[in-house]
Design a protein around this ligand. Structure first.
Ligand SMILES: NC(=O)c1ccc[n+]([C@@H]2O[C@H](COP(=O)([O-])OP(=O)(O)OC[C@H]3O[C@@H](n4cnc5c(N)ncnc54)[C@H](OP(=O)(O)O)[C@@H]3O)[C@@H](O)[C@H]2O)c1
Length: 255
């Protein structure tokens, strides 16, 4: 039976690979994003439907509901990214954290709060709002998968904190949805190349470092993440819930 799948942020990178994977399996896929142009171009390539939506905006989510089928089998909360990369505060890539911390100047708390909240909104509140909006429509036996990050375990400032919050919030979600046979899990990628995530901020040196940290000596691909999401949404994974599945080429071994 054809499943209804929603992939948030499905116009580029990891979300696009996830949407393409489901579309190739014959599922009915809806992809969302804020930029109508790139979203439509991507969706046309894979035969998905598009809805322009900012997942941090409750009103936009209410409008999204009107565009979705009455029953949704798979929700992939992929929309997000490190909002610091759109500001001057991307310390994990530019490695300026130490010199920032040494300054005697009074901290600009207003901008700090603004930037911190931007990451929480983009990566945590967006997923919580989207799931809340769709909760009543999730089909029995369905699956919710959030895209977390290796940063949740390693740092990464407010971005890492937001992704860590996603995993913690997911624990209660798994219990709530479990009563209806719906699973809820996080897929936490390490460094994934060929997406818009780093904007133009990833230096060759940092890229080499990220690859060297893996056991397989290569960056992850969006398809690597799509495979993990597809598994968690498959009949084979019905007893896996409340978990974080790491996809990082061994850069962060777990036990
Ligand atoms: N690439 C990596 O190394 C890596 C590693 C760990 C985790 N991740 C996570 O993987 C997910 C996908 O990132 P990516 O690497 O594929 O980067 P990407 O190419 O920048 O994809 C992010 C997508 O999300 C959409 N988006 C962002 N904020 C949104 C919002 N508020 N509402 C709706 N759509 C929104 C973007 O489209 P619009 O701008 O048009 O809205 C874009 O299509 C993110 O959650 C990211 O944090 C990535």
């Amino acid at each position: 039976m054809t499943r209804n799948v929603l992939v948030t942020g499905g116009g580029t990178g990891i979300g696009y690979a996830i949407a393409r994977h489901f579309a190739e399996q014959g599922e009915a896929v809806v992809v969302t994003g804020r930029r109508a142009g790139p979203l439509k171009e991507a969706a046309d390539r894979i035969g998905a439907r598009t809805v322009v939506c900012d997942h941090t905006d409750p009103e936009a989510l209410t409008r999204l509901l009107a565009e979705l089928p009455g029953s949704v089998d798979v929700l992939v909360n992929n929309a997000g990214g490190n909002t610091d990369f759109d500001t001057d505060t991307a310390s994990d890539v530019t490695s300026d954290a130490a010199s920032d911390a040494a300054s005697d100047a009074a901290p600009d708390l207003a901008s700090y709060a603004h930037d911190f909240r931007a990451n929480l909104d983009a990566n945590l509140v967006s997923a919580a709002l989207t799931t809340k909006a769709l909760e009543g429509r999730l089909a029995e036996g369905g699956a919710v998968v959030h895209i977390g990050s290796i940063a949740a375990a390693r740092g990464g400032g407010s971005y890492g904190a937001a992704k860590a919050g996603l995993s913690t919030w997911n624990i209660d979600l798994a219990r709530t949805l479990g009563a209806r046979g719906i699973t809820a899990n996080v897929v936490a990628p390490g460094y994934i190349a060929d997406t818009e995530f780093f904007r133009d901020r990833l230096t060759d040196e940092r890229r080499t470092q990220l690859v060297t940290e893996t056991a397989v000596d290569r960056p992850g691909s969006p398809e690597d993440v799509a495979g993990a999401v597809a598994f968690l949404a498959s009949p084979a994974a019905r007893h896996i819930t409340g978990q974080v599945l790491h996809v990082n080429g061994g850069a962060l071994p777990t036990r």
